[in-house]
Design a protein around this ligand. Structure first.
Ligand code: CTP
Ligand code: MG
Length: 254
């Protein structure tokens, strides 16, 4: 089953508030997208890669790919307004010969090759699989602001606890997420109009089972500036068990 990867880099990066596009923000001296692209390009099971870009970063990502000789990159496509619109644009370009689609956020630079292999294997077997990690925090469902009747009761409080969720059942899911192509295409056709924050949510709408694969806590997403500080620290920590996958020294800096 041929595996094609979709690497997303078309977002606005609004929460990071950086001057340059989030995918191009330097991490360990190289653009964020370079980290995961390198891992995907050298992964033996990934046969081709579509990168979803935006008009602001297209040129630079294209030259980054060329400079590094990342041969598996077949195409750069322009993204859409929502993350799922970006995925949809890439799905349209993925060939029917591609049996399995692996979707990854370029905002997760520390993806490990072993985890890619694991999620691919589970998706081949079950149709849909995502990487995830057990939630470490205590998570509470809250009621907020107007309409919840809170303001009248507790002066000045805009959030109050509705309930505490059972942590035993909570996992934080990540990318990559892998799907048999016909399953993700169908889910997008049927439910693409619904706003979601990951692809698995659309598969769930179809009633299909999504398998969760234990991934790595190091596979963080760069969302706000604090995440960049953590990411730089992770790169610099030589004794880190995952540092073998992160080797900025081998890449050229544009
Ligand atoms: N993404 C995309 N197209 C969009 C929105 C997001 O390709 N229309 C990609 C981002 O580039 C990112 C991934 O989806 O790699 C995860 O999204 P997120 O972390 O939310 O990134 P941004 O949408 O860029 O950031 P923000 O929400 O803060 O604007
Ligand atoms: Mg976003």
């Amino acid at each position: 089953m041929k595996v094609c990867a979709i690497l997303l880099a078309a977002g606005k990066g609004e929460r990071l508030k950086s001057r340059v596009s989030k995918a191009l923000v330097k991490l360990g001296g190289i653009p964020i997208i370079g980290h995961s692209l390198r891992v995907l390009n050298r992964h033996p099971l990934v046969k081709d890669i579509i990168i979803v870009v935006n008009p602001a970063n297209q040129k630079e990502i294209s030259s980054l790919v060329e400079k590094n000789g990342w041969k598996k990159v077949r195409l750069l496509v322009l993204g859409g307004v929502r993350r799922q619109d970006s995925v949809k644009n890439a799905l349209k370009e993925s060939g029917a010969d591609c049996g399995l689609v692996l979707v990854h956020d370029s905002a997760r630079p520390f993806v490990r090759a072993e985890d890619i292999s694991k999620v691919i294997a589970r998706a081949k077997r079950f149709g849909a699989a995502v990487l995830g990690v057990p939630v470490k925090a205590t998570v509470k469902q809250i009621k907020r602001g107007k309409g919840s009747g809170i303001r009248g009761k507790i002066k000045g409080a805009s959030f109050v606890v509705e309930k505490t969720l059972n942590r035993e059942c909570l996992w934080e899911v990540q990318t990559p997420q892998a799907f048999r192509r016909e399953i993700i295409v169908k889910a997008y056709q049927k439910f693409g109009g619904i706003n979601v924050t990951d692809d698995a949510a659309l598969i769930e709408k179809t009633g299909k089972r999504v398998v969760v694969v234990a991934g790595s806590y190091s596979n963080i997403k760069i969302t706000t500036s604090e995440d960049l500080i953590v990411a730089e620290a992770m790169l610099g920590f030589r004794g880190h068990p995952f540092s073998g996958d992160i080797n900025p020294g081998k890449m050229s800096v544009p």
